[in-house]
Ligand binder design. Sequence first.
Ligand code: C5P
Length: 402
Amino acid sequence: MSTLAGKHIVLGLSGGIAAFKSAELCRALVKAGVTVQVVMTEAAEHFMTAVTMQALSGRPVYTSQWDPREANNMAHINLSREADAIVVAPASADFMAKLLHGGADELLSLMCLARPINQVPLIVAPAMNREMWNNPATQRNVAQLKADGIHVLDVGQGDQACGETGDGRMLEADEILEDLEAFFSPNVLAGKAVLVTAGPTYEAIDPVRGITNLSSGKMGFAIARAARMAGASVTLVAGPVHLPTPRGVQRVDVRSARQMLDAVQLHADAADVFIATAAVADWRPAHSADQKIKKDGSGQTPELSFVENPDILATIAQSPRGASGELFCVGFAAESHDLLAHATAKRIRKGVPLLVGNIGPATFGQDDNALLLVDTSGARELPHASKQALALDLIAHIARQI
Ligand code: C5P
């Protein structure tokens, strides 16, 4: 379930071509279980109609501080008191300048000024031309808005409606939604650095063939996302998978187990938590041919011999920071039976404080799973749920341990 479910958000639109993305954002918020009250400036109405936003939010839109629908004629007070947050998307350069100075000449800025600042956070998604964004005036305003406690989201980079290319685009609706989800999540790992491995590894036999496994990487990616939502800075070392990078997560793509070990060792010193979800190939071909091994028609098959791959988790867990507990190491075990016994044995063998067991054939490629958390004090089941929900529970569990 979304952390936004049940929230009431005032979605403010100021004038900008990015207002078309606000329609999508409104829809996504409603889908996430949010009640959305749209407020638009006059400039916003040049880009998007109030009818569209009313239809998408299911509520009449407010566009004027003189709206007679409010019995006390104080829309700015009434609307801001009900909100869990005010989100202004798009926030134009002009609107941000106005916020900075406490301007209040129309409903949206008036409402932002009138909100109880300790109870109703204000989140703005800037949207403008790259020159406007890079202008020292705008950058100064952004810095001051942040200093005033306003949450200024990042801007996107790329093609702009004006035909130029650069910084200043408004984030996409799904990116804003993701940032809002993170905003409303408990910040249980704030200030912590989390390192996650995910996916399979690929061990080359020759330039076109290799051995790998069926790990989809979904659990590890869900854990990386959950850690970021909990406020951690997250590095995700991913084997070859086709999954989108969770927002705000630094991703390092690798192929083989040895590359994965190198990447993990590079980032482990800065980490507070290491979560090894990758299904690392146990063995790799002893020799990887430089050229494709050709079938010669004789019926003869190539001789393949294997050597064992380094155990990444055990290596890190036995490093000085891992062994002292300064780096909290978490392993995974994919088993087919006797989960508790195997997970308990594996936790001790790997030398980690927490081992997460799951049934391999039931989880590979699936969107849901069930976990068994095994530590020194015993075992705890996280019953069948989506991998994302389990990841959030696992991160909360880890946060309590460290
Ligand atoms: O030994 P086994 O593969 O069952 O252990 C699984 C756990 O160890 C997982 O956390 C996995 O990511 C990690 N592992 C590793 N390097 C390996 C093998 C497993 O980090 N070479």
